[in-house]
Design a protein around this ligand. Sequence first.
Ligand code: S3P
Length: 424
Amino acid sequence: MDITVEKSKPLKGVIEIPSDKSITHRAFMFSALTKGICKIKNFSKGADCMSTLKIIENLGCTIKYINDKELIINAKNALKAPTQKLYCGNSGTTTRLIMGILAGQNFNTELFGDESLSNRPMKRVIAPLELMGAEIIHNNYKLPIEIKGKTLNGINYISPLASAQVKSCILLAGLNAEGETSFTEPYKSRNHTELMFQLMGADITINANKATVKKSKLHPIDITVCGDISSAAFFIIAGLIVPESEITLTNVGINETRSGIIDVLKSMNADIELFNERTISNEKIADIKVRYSHLKSTKIEGGIIPRLIDELPIIAVAATQAEGTTIIKDAQDLRNKETDRIKAITNELNKLGADIQETPDGFIINGKTELIGNCEINCYHDHRIAMSAYIAGLICKKPIKINEFQWVNISFPEFLSLFNKITC
Ligand code: S3P
């Protein structure tokens, strides 16, 4: 599906942000480990989470939809050997987390994915799982892989990467390993796994950047998933850069390990206000009001990077509209996402008329530049590049065409219909 985006009028109104992808993956997978019945409310309908749901079904769970926002996972007969290879689609989170679960089972499994996922690095999880005693057959640490179920032993792993996917993989393996399993990371990555483990009664302790689990069972519970700050990010920045806009986004997850974007935007002089703060299923949420703002440049580096890693493409769009030079460093792992996001964003925003320079671990963005548009944009099979281009298109002088915009469905199938609600 190719779409055309034209210069926008002011954005006005209130919208509810749909479900968090990271938390939904975990709600689905962890329910599969409970041997009981869990209700998941407000789950993500993005294709990535549907890949996870299909996999736990293949592993013996029964899924019953109550309505289009709620479903029940019956894991009484799970986990058992699947009768087919498990398809992870485009989803790195599905792959890396499920590997932690499957490595310690008493059956074998095979995982495969789409073209983008088959090129993504899996050594980051295979290496520590092997230290735990896992047997994983692979070619150059890429999908497809075969996992031979083994009895695992706990490890004390010091990770070179701050990565929630690696951390979650190892903690999941640790739930079913002999002894104690610890994961220490250089900076704290998103902690949804730790928070949900606590809710489900796992034996977990957290000490700064170190999480430790002992062999334990997860109890069945009902989980309500909050709205995804990574989805809200596109609307927040649209509200900040489309002149005269004022929008309110409700039900947004503001977990400290995910809310780096709010801190960065505030440092850029953004008019952004959080209110109605509350906690649901161990996750903090708030409503967010944003108004068009005169942004100024900033520097983003170090420990804040894991707190906004998925938002960097759309932050780059905001930086094109900020006075001065914005520098983004320490984000080399952006090159290992659904596509090389440093290259993709640099290529596509420069086409629109931005002034962005690629560096090995980030960007240098000179602003404020007028975006001209009048060109075709590629998504690189990447939902976040597609949505970032859409927001940039709202302030281009001339229309832009975005090729293969359907990639948005990976995380945010509601994107266009919600946008229509705030377009006057
Ligand atoms: C995710 C963790 C992040 C993020 C990804 C989702 C998760 O990846 O980029 O979109 O749900 O755990 P890393 O943990 O590899 O940084």
